[in-house]
Design a protein around this ligand. Structure first.
Ligand code: CO
Length: 405
């Protein structure tokens, strides 16, 4: 009772500020359509008035085929990322693959090697699940001072969430008769660079999928059409796209991607290897860097939280730089290893504020302050930044990255 009354008081403050904002505009009702509308179409496109797009994050020393593009987190709603806005990261461009010619080969330490067509895979029992995918290099701009990003898309846009449909990897491996000494599976893509990663057998048997569907239709080419490996909660690069081969082995293959590339250099000169799980993380997407609050008043603070270790248990919001925290509402469904939408109503008094979110997952792990991560892992690190993102709100309403003083 107490709670809903407080909400009402804050909501009425919102409506009065909305009324102030409306008064400046024309009071005339919108014009009626004058002519008949566009005809029906075979495949839809969004309104021409909508402009949200991926940000192409380009290393100017590398070709575009080796680039990444980032999801406009600020401009997407709910928890599902439209397939057209799902982030991309390619090492050697997007191959064009004819699904009729594509094969998935499963071999190595198995009794019965298998070569499957895409149609044969689609005839097997299917599974659909909603999961996030995050690049382990997401948010890496924040590790070092002076190179911090300006907005939520450029800093954190290498995470997306979708509904994936495919076949259980365990079903395929059991069909092949995996040997008792099988401990790893080398997954290889059909792109020009043959991107590959060694995956522990336990993950393959637990919840790995070989997927062909994304958000109700076939995978987009940039997401691995016609087949990709999906490892719920694990770093993006291990979810091998354009999947063409699973080789069962008794040890990790030690490919380029798991030796010189996707390892984490620690302050003492050693490196963490096979750091697959994406740790709990959250970020306020609205309002966020680059926004400007027009007047003091009530705003909905919203964002996303996710954890590679399970479901999000709670999200808290601070508006005073971490001195005090309040619980945000979680939008259902709250799914394991999926983006979770949170909301919180904030009455901004028009003064300096530092707003941030932090999440805790069902295992009890709480997202750490960025400084704590840097103290533990040093500044050689690049991957796996799940530190708290602060946004600084100035009295004129402008919002900037608040990670550095
Ligand atoms: Co890693």
């Amino acid at each position: 009772m107490q709670r809903s009354r407080r909400w009402f008081l804050r909501a009425s403050a919102f409506w009065s500020s909305a009324a102030i904002a409306c008064r400046g505009r024309s009071g005339a009702p919108p014009a009626e359509p004058r002519s008949i509308g566009a005809p029906i179409s075979a495949y839809g496109a969004r309104s021409r008035f909508e402009k949200a797009a991926r940000f192409v994050n380009r290393n100017t020393k590398a070709p575009l085929e080796e680039a990444a593009s980032q999801t406009p987190l600020h401009d997407t709603f709910g928890i599902i990322t439209p397939s057209s806005l799902h982030f991309e990261r390619h090492h050697s461009g997007v191959p064009e693959i004819d699904p009729a010619a594509h094969r998935l080969t499963i071999h190595g330490l198995v009794d019965r090697p298998l070569v499957l067509t895409v149609d044969e895979l689609k005839r097997l029992p299917s599974i659909s699940r909603i999961h996030f995918l995050e690049c382990s290099g997401n948010s890496s701009s924040e590790w070092r001072g002076g190179s911090s990003g300006s907005d939520v898309q450029r800093i954190h846009g290498l995470t997306s969430c979708g509904e994936w449909t495919g076949v259980s990897a365990a079903l395929l491996l059991r069909e092949c008769g995996v040997h008792a000494d099988a401990a790893w599976v080398l997954a290889e893509g059909a792109d020009a660079g043959k991107h590959d990663r060694s995956i522990p057998m336990q993950k393959m048997m637990d919840d790995a999928l070989v997927v062909y569907g994304q958000n109700g239709e076939p995978l987009r080419p940039e997401q691995g059409y016609p087949l990709r490996l999906l490892l719920p909660g694990w770093e993006g690069n291990a979810n091998v796209k354009w999947l063409r081969r699973l080789k069962v082995t008794d040890q990790a293959a030690m490919t380029r991607e798991e030796t010189s590339k996707y390892t984490d250099l620690m302050p003492d000169g050693t490196a963490r290897q096979f750091t697959f799980v994406m740790e709990p993380k959250s970020v306020i997407t609205q309002p966020s860097g680059g926004d400007r609050l027009p007047v003091a008043g009530v705003y909905e603070v919203t964002g996303i939280a996710w954890s590679g270790r399970g479901a999000i248990a709670r999200v808290e919001i601070t508006t005073d730089g971490g001195a005090t925290w309040a619980a945000a509402d979680l939008q259902t469904p709250v799914l394991p290893r999926a983006h979770t939408r949170f909301r919180w109503l904030w009455k901004w008094d028009g003064r300096n504020a530092v707003i941030a979110s932090r999440c805790t997952d069902e295992t009890g792990y709480t997202q750490p302050p960025l400084g704590e991560l840097i103290a533990r892992r040093g500044t050689n690190s690049f991957y796996h930044n799940n530190g708290i993102q602060a946004w600084r709100v100035a009295p004129d309403g402008t919002i900037t990255n608040g990670n550095r003083a």
